[in-house]
Design a protein around this ligand. Sequence first.
Ligand code: HEC
Ligand code: HEC
Length: 421
Amino acid sequence: MQRKWVVWLLLATVLVSAGAWLGWQQRHRLNADAPLSAQAQLGRQVFHDTSLSAAGQQSCASCHLKESGHASAHGLALGGPDMKSLGTRNTPSLRYLWQNTAMHLNDEGKAIGGFFWDGRADSLAAQAGEPFLNPAEMANADKASVVAKLSRASYAREFEQLFGATIWQQPDQAFAAMTQVLASYQTEDPDFHRFDSLFDQVMQGRARFNAAQERGWALFKDPHKGNCAACHTAEPGPDGSPPLFTDHSYDNLGVPLVFPPTVATSRQPPDAGVCKHPLLRGQANANTLCGSFKVPSLRNVAVRRAFFHNAVFTDLRDTLAFYATRDTDPKRWYGTLTRWGGVPKSLRANVNRDEVPYGQRAGEQPRLNEQDIDDLLAFLTTLTDADLVPRSASPAGSVAAANAVVRGAQRVASPMVAANR
Ligand code: HEC
Ligand code: HEC
C-alpha cells in the first residue's frame, strides 16, 4: 500500500515538473515558428557577412559555427588582417546565452554573469562590438571603417529602412545599431536556445536515459562523486526554466598551460581571467579571482572540439579525466613539472583545491574511476541539441559510439518512467 503511494507521489512530481517546464517554454515562445523581427533578420545577415572583416574572409559565423553548436571547430581561432594571428582563448558556444546578465556581485560578494571568459562585456550588444575591432579577429582599424563596409553591404537598404537614410553619416550610431541587430539575432533565433536535447526530452517525460547515461546523471549531481552540478547547475530555475548547466560564476580549475609554450607566449603575462574586471577593482578578494574563468554551459559540450578557456584539451574524455585525477595524478596533466607546474606561479594560490571532485592527495584513489568517466561522458552526450545530434561526438573517433548512445535512449510513451530528479 505504502509503495503505491510512493509511485503516485513520484508520478505527480514528474507531471508537475514536466508541466512547469512546458509552461515555461510556451511562455517564452521557444521553438515557436514565429518569424524573426526585421532587426534580427538583419542581424543574421551581419553575423554571416565576411566583407565586414579586414581580411574580407571572416564573419562571426566563421568562428562560431552552427554545426559546432555555434562554437569553434578547433578552439583557438585564426584572424587578423592576413588571417595569420592566433587568438589565445577558446571560441565558446553562443547558445544559451540570451538570458545572461552583466556581471554583478551576489549577496555573498561572488561575481556572477558577464560575457566572454572573463565577463568583461555587459551584454550581447556590448560583446558584439569587440570582434570587429580586435586585431586578432576581424581587425578593422576603427568603427568608421566597419560602418563604411556596412554601407556597401547587399542589405544596406534594409539597414536604412530601420535606422534612417542618414545613419551612415553617424558612424558611432550606425556601429551601435549593428551590435543591437546582432544581439537581436542571437536572442530571437530559436537555434540559440532550442531545449530539445535528449536530456530535455527525458525531463519532459518523453524519453528515457539508457543505463550509462542514468549512472552519469547520478554522478553529475552526487556531491561526493562528480559534484559537477555545484557549478554546472542541473536544476530548473525558480520560474520552471530548464537548467543551463552553469551558475554563471567563475572558478580557477588549475587548467594547464597549452604545452609547449612558445617563446612568444612565455614572455606574455599569464591570462588572469576575471580579476581584471572593473567591477572587482578595489574589492578585497579581487586578487584571489586571478586565474578564474567563467563556468561555461555544458549544453552541446559533446560537439565541441576544444575545452577550457585556453583550449588545452581537444578530447572531452581527457577533460573529464582531468577533473578526476588532477590531484591524484598531477604529473599526467602538468608533465614532469612539480604540482601546479602547468599553472603560472602568480595564479597557483588561487586554484580551487577544496571542492569535490578536488581535494585529494597525489597517489590516492580518485573519486571517479574510468567507468565513472565513461558514464559522465555518456550523460554529457544527452545535452546535445537535436539539430546537432548526427555530429555529436568527441574527435577521438567515437562519433559512431556517441551517436549510438544518443539514439539508444529508449523512447517511452508515459512520463512515469522518467522519474529521475
Ligand atoms: C576569430 C574568431 C572569432 C570571431 C570572428 C568572432 N568571435 Fe566571438 N568569440 C571568439 C572567442 C575566441 C571568444 C572568447 C574570447 C574571450 O573570452 O576573451 C568569443 C566570445 C564571444 C561571445 C561571448 C560568449 C560567452 O560565453 O560569454 C559572444 C556572444 C560572441 N563571441 C559573439 C560573436 C559575434 C556576434 C561575432 C561577430 C561580430 C563574433 N563573436 C566573432 C572568437 C570569435
Ligand atoms: C567548482 C566549480 C566547478 C565544478 C565543481 C565543475 N566544473 Fe566544469 N567548469 C568549471 C569552470 C570554471 C570551467 C571553465 C574553466 C576554464 O576554462 O578555465 C569548467 C569547464 C568545464 C568543461 C569544459 C567546457 C568547455 O566548453 O570548454 C567541461 C566539459 C566541464 N567543465 C565538465 C565538468 C564535469 C563533468 C564536472 C564534474 C565532474 C565539472 N565540470 C565540475 C567549473 C566547475
